[in-house]
Ligand binder design. Structure first.
Ligand code: DX5
Ligand code: ZN
Length: 213
């Protein structure tokens, strides 16, 4: 089995010191950085936008794993791609009739295309798209906030997706990941784990990341 990719979510980091927080995560063994973009419409919260990604691009070579929790994602693909995102993941629920177009647009900028599903979305709905995307993000909390409790039912989507996906598809899990829930997800077939509060609220990022692996 390939090594699990940990993507620390800076949503739980110290926003006054993002450069330092990213360097610390890198030193602790992270290869990706997860950036949660929220618009106050698709989810109730508002967080990070394009200018922040542009600034972060200048201070890190880590993969910028951008999770768009926004309406009309197709409008913002180009700005995030030009700002330096490496992976752009949009929500199925925000563009159910425009999955192929949106994924194609992301790829047209040379970026990896991710598709995400909320807890209430059945995996069967997105199976037709698995060979058209690079990453499938299974949300194990309702998107919008860090620090929520892992929803075990949602993790059961992982084997369904794995069984129907090309081998190259990266299955990522986001929400409530800690040392115990990480193990559940990886044993079910996840390749990448997003963790916000578990890493950034810990006193030792390296220990936290190692305990997820
Ligand atoms: C939630 C975000 C997550 C969040 C995870 O909507 O998509 O990436 O940062 O936070 P934790 O790991 O604390 O559940
Ligand atoms: Zn996220």
């Amino acid at each position: 089995m390939n090594r699990i990719i940990i993507s620390p979510s800076i949503l739980s980091a110290d926003f006054a010191n993002l450069e330092r927080e990213i360097k610390l995560a890198e030193e602790a063994g992270a290869a990706w950085i997860h950036i949660d973009v929220m618009d106050g419409h698709f989810v109730p919260n508002i967080t990070i936008g394009v200018p922040v990604v542009k600034s972060l691009r200048k201070v890190t070579d880590l993969v910028l794993d951008t999770h768009l929790m926004i309406e009309n994602p197709e409008k913002y693909i180009e700005p995030f791609a030009l700002a330096g995102s490496d992976i752009i993941t949009f929500h199925y629920e925000a563009a159910p009739d425009r999955v192929l177009e949106t994924a194609g647009l992301i790829k047209s900028f040379g970026k990896k295309a991710g598709l995400s599903i909320k807890p209430k979305t059945e995996p069967e709905e997105i199976l037709p798209y698995l060979d058209k995307i690079d990453l499938l993000l299974v949300m194990t909390v309702e998107p919008g906030f860090g620090g929520q409790e892992f929803m075990h039912d949602c993790a059961m989507k992982i084997p369904v997706i794995r069984a129907n996906a090309p081998e190259s598809l990266i299955i990522q899990v986001d929400g409530g990941i800690n040392n115990l829930t990480a193990k559940i997800c990886t044993s079910l077939g996840a390749d990448s784990l997003v963790a916000g509060s578990y890493i950034y609220k810990s006193s030792d990022y390296k220990k936290a990341i190692e305990s997820l692996l």
